[in-house]
Design a protein around this ligand. Sequence first.
Ligand SMILES: NC(=O)c1ccc[n+]([C@@H]2O[C@H](COP(=O)([O-])OP(=O)(O)OC[C@H]3O[C@@H](n4cnc5c(N)ncnc54)[C@H](O)[C@@H]3O)[C@@H](O)[C@H]2O)c1
Length: 372
Amino acid sequence: MKHPAAREWVAEYDERSSAAGHARPAKARLAALRDHYAGRPVLVTGGASFIGSHLVELLAAAKAIVRVADDLSSGRLGHLDAVRSQIAFDRGDRRDPEFARGVIAGSNTVFHLAAAHGGRGYIDTHPVECLNNIALDHTVFSAAAVAGVEKVVFASSACVYPTQLQASDHDRQLLRESDAGFDEGETSPDGEYGWAKLTGELQLRAFHRQHGMSGIACRIFTSYGERENETHAVIALIAKAVARLDPYPIWGNGLQTRNFTYVHDTAMGLALAGAYLDGFATVNVGSPRHHTILELAEGIFERVGWRPDRIGYELDRPVGVRSRAADVTRSEALLGWSPIVSLQDGLERTIRWYADRPIARTEDLTRALMER
Ligand SMILES: NC(=O)c1ccc[n+]([C@@H]2O[C@H](COP(=O)([O-])OP(=O)(O)OC[C@H]3O[C@@H](n4cnc5c(N)ncnc54)[C@H](O)[C@@H]3O)[C@@H](O)[C@H]2O)c1
C-alpha cells in the first residue's frame, strides 16, 4: 500500500487533533511547522531509519532545507524515496569526526537519531554496541557546537527511566520527565542502551551549559508503523500472525505492558519539540496508555482475520520491564502534543502496509529479533 505523503497526514493530524480538543499550537500544524522550519538548514542523523524517514518527510513538507547523514547500517535509502529529490544525502559513519564536521557545517538544527538500537533481543545481547552510542553522541554534539549549531534534538528513550518504577504488572505508573535525571533521586536506566541514552542527555546539558547550544532530549516510547522491520515487537507480532504461526510465540507471559505510539505521532512530537523548545529540556514522546502484549496480539489477530489455536509462551526470552507508559502532561503543555492515532487505527495502517511484503520464515523472524 502506498504511504500517504507527509502533507496529507499532517492535514489529517490537525483534523484529529482539533477533534480531540488540542488547542495548541493554534495554527494548523504544517503551517506552524513551516513558520519555524521554512528555509532553515536542518540535518537529520540516522534520517534513513524507520522514525528518521518519517521525520525527514515532515521536515521537507515544512520546507526545511534537509540533509540526511546515515551509514545505512540499519536504515534504508529506499525509505527516503518520496523525498529523495528534495533532500541531500550523505552516507558515512557519524563516529568519524571528519565526516561529522563535514556534514554538520551550515546546519541550524540537528536532529540526532543515529544510534545502535534495536528491539529487546538486540539491546540485551549487544551491550557493547549500545555503549558505543556514547562516543557517537559525543562526536555529533562536539561537531555541532564547533559549527555553531543553534539546537540539537536528541532521540532519547523511555529506557532512561528507572526500572524499579516499571517493575509491577499491577501498579501501572505513568513516567514523568522528573523521574529520570542526573542530579537527584535514584538512577537506574534500562541496561546499557538506557545508560547510553541518559549519558547522551547529560552530554547535551553539558554542551548547553558550556557552549550555549540548545539541547532537547525527546524520550521516545515504543514507536511503530510503516517501514519498521521485524526486529521490533509490533512488526514481529504482525509477521508471526501473517505467517500463521501456531502455536503463536509470545516472549514472556504476555502480561507485560507497553505503550505504542504510531510513527506519525512520534515524528510530529520531534518536529514540534525542535520548533518550540530552547535551552536544555527533556520531553516525553510516547503514549499514556498501557496495553499488555496479549492485548496487542489480540488486536493483530482481529485485523489479520486469523487466530491461533494456541499461544506458545516463551518464558526464557528477554522481556524488559513489566510495565511502561508515558506521562504526557509536559509535552501537552509545552508542545500542544500528545499522540492522536489510536492503537486500533495505527495497527490497521501498519498491517495494510505489511500485507504487501513476502511472508517471513519462522527462522528468519527468530533471528531478526536478536538483530537490528
Ligand atoms: N523505535 C523506537 O521505538 C525508539 C524508541 C526510543 C528511541 N528510539 C531512537 O530513535 C532513533 C531512531 O530509531 P529507529 O527505530 O527509527 O531506527 P534505527 O535504530 O534503525 O535508527 C538508527 C539509524 O541510525 C543509523 N546509524 C546507526 N549508527 C550510525 C553511525 N555510526 N553513523 C551514521 N548513521 C548511523 C542507522 O543506519 C539507522 O538509520 C534511534 O536513536 C533510537 O535509539 C527509537
